[in-house]
Design a protein around this ligand. Structure first.
Ligand code: HEM
Ligand SMILES: Nc1nc2c(c(=O)[nH]1)N[C@H]1C(S)=C(S)[C@@H](COP(=O)(O)O)O[C@H]1N2
Ligand SMILES: [Mo]
Length: 413
């Protein structure tokens, strides 16, 4: 063991520089892939590759432990060397803290099934917070650091040139002035570019409940659907018996957000049923509705608790049309023309699938899947098809949009 440590510590200065470089590239990769995973508009563009990107992000994420561990082997010596440089010590601790924080929260996100939605949700908040705070810090650090590494007189990491660096006449005052100017400029640049997204993220993660949530109100204001008459909420829906949703929906789509009106919207149930139906909006809005309170969990870690949905239980709807004996599963088609998902009749019996028309007493806005979306309360939300407009009963099994791209067909939370 001691031999191994000795070997690892040989050529200490060079190793430190190379660990630093490796770690830098790993963080660059994780940051870029993470920001792509975060961004909703990449979902449709990436499709299958999103699942691949997520797996790679996790693998490289785990690999990021190696330079950390290797650094820890050398840390004793490095720490002594920088003992009179509080700023450098602070910097080392911040970077180590960020890496460990990303790693721990990332592992929880990765293992969302084992840890459950509460822990995954907390991990996502931490993972995001570290990204929005840590990334600007690291970018700032690395840009100023590159400059610093380029000046051979400042490379005290190697130990030998330390004295020279402090009294070097070739490194006169103006250098520092230019450096501090560059630092300042980088700082301002970062604040301008990363700042707005950071503030947006901060605002949305602090706002709890759909009523006070900016993004939810924005979704209601953005509503591009015009379907008349508007559904009138039941007393259980307004005020919502669930007390109002807790959390924030991220608007996900793999196409442009579709827009519906009375002439381009209808709702069909067909396939292996006794009496196939097609309702227009005027007919659909007259169907008897009830209210269901449930939590909503996305596999990427975010949840929205205590949603009060108003609509029609799928089981009631299917009793109305009569499911044939040969039917084995159900396909849910989205009006976006691309997205689908499916469940078996066996799973239907074990869940409380709901054809939702209202959320917390208001019509579901187009961003969030209105006028009508599916809600599968006991399954991950990729089963909860937005812009639902057709239910088809079939003999076999259906593999939906994300299921084809690597998500599990069994989606129990
Ligand atoms: C430099 C370090 C890292 C950065 C900057 C970073 C950044 C991000 C970002 C921005 C997201 C998107 C989160 C969101 O949708 O709100 C993300 C997602 C994720 N990260 Fe990281 N991450 C890092 C390290 C790690 C590590 C070490 C792991 C695991 C070992 C990990 C696992 C995950 C997982 C599982 C997701 C969820 C992906 C999804 O389903 O959308 N990350 N990361
Ligand atoms: N038509 C359609 N339905 C969809 C999706 C989609 O991209 N398109 N995304 C699914 C996923 S992965 C989630 S988490 C939820 C997100 O719902 P929201 O956009 O209302 O927050 O919708 C599900 N239903
Ligand atoms: Mo999701």
């Amino acid at each position: 063991m001691n031999e191994l440590l000795k070997k690892l510590r040989k050529g200490y200065g060079k190793k430190l520089v190379s660990i630093h470089a490796w770690n830098g590239w790993i963080v660059v990769f994780l940051a870029i892939s993470g920001l792509i995973l975060f961004n909703g508009s990449w979902r449709g563009i990436l499709g299958q590759s999103r699942v691949w990107l997520k797996d790679t992000h996790i693998i490289i994420g785990i690999v990021s432990l190696l330079p950390v561990l290797y650094y820890l082997v050398l840390a004793g010596k490095h720490w002594k060397q920088i003992r009179e440089k509080p700023w450098q010590k602070f910097n080392v601790l911040v970077v180590l803290g960020l890496l460990v924080g990303w790693l721990l929260s990332g592992v929880l996100l990765w293992q969302f099934r084992a840890v459950g939605p509460r822990a995954a949700n907390a991990a996502l908040v931490v993972h995001d917070a570290l990204t929005w705070i840590g990334l600007p810090y690291i970018i700032y650090h690395s840009i100023t650091r590159v400059k610093w590494l380029k000046d051979p007189n400042r490379r005290s990491v190697q130990g030998k040139k330390k004295e020279v660096a402090q009294y070097d006449p070739a490194s006169p005052q103006p250098f520092y002035t230019r450096r501090s100017f560059i630092r300042g400029a980088i700082g301002v640049g970062l604040a301008v570019t990363v700042g707005p997204s950071f503030i947006k993220w901060l605002g949305s993660s602090l706002s709890v409940g759909s009523g006070g949530s900016g993004s939810y109100n924005a979704a209601v204001e953005n509503n591009a659907n015009v379907l008349l008459p508007e559904p009138q909420p039941l007393p259980a829906s307004l005020p919502p018996i669930g007390g109002g949703a807790n959390g924030r929906f991220r608007v996900y789509t793999v196409t442009a957000i579709p827009k519906f009106n009375n002439s381009n919207w209808s709702f069909k149930i067909d396939g292996l049923v006794d009496k196939p139906v097609e309702w227009n909006w005027e007919q659909f809005v007259k169907l008897k509705r009830s209210v269901q309170v449930s939590d909503f969990h996305c596999v990427t870690g975010w949840s929205v608790y205590d949603n009060t949905w108003e609509g029609i239980p799928l089981k009631e709807m299917l009793e109305g049309v009569g499911v044939k004996d040969e039917a084995y599963s159900i396909i849910f088609h989205s009006g976006d023309g691309v997205y689908t998902s499916g469940i078996t009749l066996d799973q239907l019996a074990k869940d409380k699938p709901f054809i939702a028309v209202m959320h917390d007493g208001k019509p579901i806005p187009s961003d969030l899947g209105g006028p009508v979306r599916l809600i599968m309360p006991k399954m991950y939300a990729y089963k909860s098809v937005k812009w639902l407009n057709r239910i088809e009963l079939i003999k076999g099994e259906h593999i939906g949009y994300w299921e084809k791209r690597g998500y599990k067909n069994e989606a129990w939370v």
